[in-house]
Design a protein around this ligand. Structure first.
Ligand code: PLP
Length: 488
């Protein structure tokens, strides 16, 4: 919409105004006076009233009464604009500059559009698989979609055995159970992560030991891990497992981590909930430890609305996982149980969604990487921003686009202030995960820093996750970029 087209003066006729409204279909015109200053807005209704007062179509608009129109000044936030529109019950709002000239016309439907952090993005085939499940009445936590989803996921990442489950958390839990983690045991886990990585350790009655990040990948520090092992060895209490998290779509530096764990003979569970589609030295993230897990929660790179996958090292472990995930029913002619199981299997309907999503995973990865690159390019000259690094051995999906504030260069900008400012523009942004060693619930867990300070605590302090959906519009990216640029 070009503002000039909306402008009329009192020297225009009623016919001019009606014709213009008719052509533009905006429902509003701008009556301007001297120096293009806005006098008032003119709506359909205003013109209708003039007609009803027996004005002829060739009457000049001098007849229009003076009226103070609702406007907003440049420098407004979306939140301010929307609340003004709500208060005055208008759907359009002219923006005026210092001289009272209109520079833009805001539409309510555009203004209140939210930009969310990470939303589901369906492809073209999900519904077909779901309908097939309906058609064949496979509405159960097993069925052909489940089998196929497992097979297709395994093929995609290049492993033999995958088990579809109700969540990524369930997958971690089963991995620990299969590794025989129990009361009195310890399990090492990355500290910079979502609570779901660590909670299953406690479900099993074991104690977590929290390992810091290193600055190159923001993932588990081999240095901190080594020191944790030295401590554990001195205490004669080696962990039963090490849960290595791959954060925000980026693999951890697995080679040194696997070397250390191998040296101590401790198995690795790769929490790749956020990094399906990522690679480490060409290998699929999630396939490097003894066990690997993916999540298909609604906010992840591909989703089944809720679900997870366990990658198992062999057929025995995979079938043990399926057994435990279906209430541990013994093969007997009646209901018989000799161990405690769970209800953790994925439904055949949701597996159908997953099969469709797998087919677009590559596109989704490309799109998320492009979102990250878009931010980075557009803000390359903003020296107080430090983008999540991508080491040369990493191919990150950039599930989330993450940036840290360089406190030395930022003057007054903090992570929290940036998030609040974005929220004023209806942009959802979040802090980087609060490390587990700083969580009240894990206050008693031993933790090991990288070198002499906590890298994860620093990233939590400074880090912000920006909107990262694979179908994020260019307008949305611009809104984020402009908002960040407006901060100092
Ligand atoms: C999402 C997530 C999980 C849990 O996955 P759910 O499917 O939601 O249970 C585990 N670990 C990390 C790092 C995650 O981001």
């Amino acid at each position: 919409m070009i503002i000039k087209d909306l402008q009329i003066t009192r020297q225009n006729t009623l016919r001019d105004a009606l014709t213009r409204l008719n052509e533009l279909g905006t429902g509003i015109l701008l009556l301007v006076g001297e120096h293009g200053r806005l006098e008032r807005t003119v709506t359909d209704g205003d013109l209708r009233r003039l007609l009803l007062e027996h004005n002829q179509l060739d009457r000049l608009l001098v007849e229009l009464p003076e009226q103070k129109s609702t406007v907003i000044e440049e420098g407004y936030t979306r939140r301010q604009a929307l609340s003004l529109m709500r208060e005055r019950q208008v759907n359009q709002l002219p923006v005026v500059d210092d001289a009272g000239r209109v520079t833009a016309l805001l539409n309510r439907s555009d203004i209140d559009e939210q930009v969310l952090l990470s939303t589901p993005h369906m492809g073209d085939t999900e519904l077909e698989f779901v309908m097939e499940a309906f058609r064949t009445n496979w509405i159960a936590p097993l069925g052909p979609n489940v089998d196929a989803f497992e097979r297709e996921t395994a093929e995609l990442v290049g492993v033999e055995h995958a088990v579809a489950l109700s969540s990524g958390t369930a997958a971690i839990h089963l991995a620990l159970r299969l590794l025989d983690v129990g009361p009195g045991d310890t399990v090492f886990c990355s500290t910079l992560t979502f609570a779901a990585s660590v909670n299953p350790v406690v479900y099993q009655g074991a104690q977590p030991v929290l390992i810091d990040s290193e600055p190159e990948s923001w993932n588990m520090s081999p240095d901190a891990l080594e020191r944790a092992f030295e401590w554990a060895k001195a205490e004669s209490r080696l962990p039963k497992a090490v849960i290595v998290v791959s954060l925000y779509g980026q693999s951890a530096d697995m080679d040194p981590i696997l070397e250390i764990c191998g040296r101590y003979g401790v198995p690795v569970v790769e929490d790749a909930a956020e990094s399906l589609g990522a690679r480490y030295k060409g290998k699929a993230s999630g396939t490097l430890g003894q066990f690997g897990i993916y999540s298909f929660n609604g906010n992840k790179i591909i989703t089944t609305s809720g679900g997870g996958m366990l990658l198992a090292p062999n057929a025995e472990m995979a079938s043990a996982a399926r057994f435990l995930a279906t209430q541990a029913r013994d093969p007997a002619p009646h209901y018989q149980h000799s161990t405690i199981g769970y209800n953790y299997r994925m439904s055949n309907i949701l597996a159908g969604v997953g099969r469709g999503q797998l087919r677009v995973l590559d596109e989704r990865v490309q799109a998320r990487r492009a979102v990250f690159q878009g931010y980075k390019d557009a803000l390359s000259d903003v020296e107080w921003l430090e983008w999540m690094p991508e080491p040369e051995w990493s191919y990150s999906t950039h599930w989330l686009s993450v940036v840290a504030i360089r406190q030395d260069a930022a003057k007054s900008v903090t992570a929290q202030r940036l998030i609040e400012r974005l929220s004023e523009e209806f942009v959802e942004a979040r802090r980087v995960w609060k490390p587990m060693h700083l969580q009240p619930v894990f206050a008693d867990a031993p933790s090991f820093d990288h070198g002499n300070h906590s890298v994860s605590a620093d990233l939590f302090e400074r880090g912000v996750c920006l909107p990262s959906s694979s179908h994020l519009s260019a307008d949305a990216v611009n809104r984020v970029v402009d908002t960040i640029r407006s901060m100092r």
